[in-house]
Write a protein that binds this ligand. Structure first.
Ligand SMILES: [Fe+2]
Ligand SMILES: [Fe+2]
Length: 139
């Protein structure tokens, strides 16, 4: 398997856009969350938001290492006044993210160890986010 660097940089920038959007989405959702379960939800949203900021940092580093320029674009952001709806919105988003990083990881040869492990780490966190949000959504 050979590395199509240009295509990879473009896809990683797509991921970076999603991470920026996701970070803003979670911190904003944390700020507007109200209701009986607010405290737990806010804590979880903020915790996930810091993971998203870390993912953005990891992607920026790898994009530069590949010879690319990290994007400053931010993807689409969706927040909702109803916390349960917000959990569902984020659950769908995280599931899409898992699909995205899985396909990205499949294009990286295993011997590209730093890049492979970086994307694998982001994928693993995304899968954890899916599990956490599934639990919060009561499913
Ligand atoms: Fe992320
Ligand atoms: Fe996530």
């Amino acid at each position: 398997m050979t590395l199509d660097t240009k295509k990879l940089i473009a896809q990683m920038n797509e991921g970076l856009e999603m991470e920026y959007a996701s970070h803003i989405q979670y911190v904003t959702q944390a700020a507007i969350t109200k209701g009986p379960y607010a405290e737990a939800l806010i804590a979880r949203f903020e915790e996930i938001a810091s993971d998203e900021a870390e993912h953005a940092k990891i992607l920026r580093g790898r994009i530069v290492a590949l010879g690319g320029t990290p994007t400053t674009k931010v993807g689409e952001i969706q927040v909702h006044p109803d916390s349960l709806k917000a959990v569902q919105i984020n659950l769908k988003y995280e599931r899409d993210t898992v699909t995205f990083y899985r396909s990205l990881l499949n294009q990286i040869p295993h011997d590209e160890v730093i890049l492979y492990e970086a994307v694998e780490h982001v994928l693993q966190d995304s899968q954890e986010h899916v599990e956490e949000l599934e639990r919060l959504s009561g499913k």
